[in-house]
Design a protein around this ligand. Structure first.
Ligand code: URA
Length: 194
């Protein structure tokens, strides 16, 4: 087997090219409604990538991932388990905000995931990709299955290792979900040697 080695400079260049492409993308109807596409941010060689569903209002305005209320809640949950946001590459399944924050449609998810998210993941090649919420799990692992039955578990798929948990927006609203997400992240932290 020929193993592809992506050198650091090459990885940075290719990730930047993907981010430029995301900024110009018109492949699905979501692009018509966006203010700014949100490619994601974090170290190009992050050991951990965290994938949400879609940018919200504040992300759409700023072009940065997880900077709204759910993002602030996520920052807290991560910090509690000794994770530093700056060590993690944060992104979403779709890079443009759906109108009224509706759930992205299947075609939008398929297009954005195959064109942008999977190439990002292949370049970063993290030790683990954390899937936050039902949409991220459906987009990358498939399904259908109930988050309640599978959160806190790892899935190996091809070269990728996924970890399934809740979306911080749900954890922010429901105390039980927050408790479960805290436990998931504690487990993840222990596995990652934090
Ligand atoms: N929810 C997401 O899934 N991603 C963001 O960037 C913000 C909220």
């Amino acid at each position: 087997m020929v193993e592809e080695t992506v050198h650091d400079w090459e990885r940075v260049d290719r990730l930047r090219a993907l981010a430029d492409g995301i900024g110009r993308c018109r492949r699905c109807p979501l692009s018509r409604h966006r203010t700014r596409a949100v490619a994601g941010e974090g170290p190009p060689d992050a050991r951990m990538v965290l994938v949400g569903e879609a940018p919200g209002a504040r992300e759409d305005r700023t072009g940065r991932p997880f900077v709204g209320p759910a993002g602030r809640f996520l920052d807290r949950l991560l910090a509690e388990q000794g994770f530093r946001r700056s060590d993690i590459f944060l992104t979403s399944c779709v890079k443009c905000r759906p109108p009224g924050n509706r759930t992205p449609r299947r075609q939008e998810l398929t297009t954005c995931t195959s064109t942008w998210l999977l190439p990002q993941l292949r370049l970063i090649a993290p030790a683990v990709t954390v899937l936050c919420g039902r949409t991220a799990v459906a987009a990358l692992v498939g399904g259908p299955f109930r988050l309640a039955d599978h959160h806190g578990t790892f899935r190996r798929q091809g070269d990728m290792t996924y970890f399934i948990t809740y979306h911080p927006a749900a954890a922010m609203r429901f105390a039980e979900t927050a408790t479960a997400m805290r436990a998931d992240l504690a487990l993840l932290a222990a596995r990652m040697g934090r």
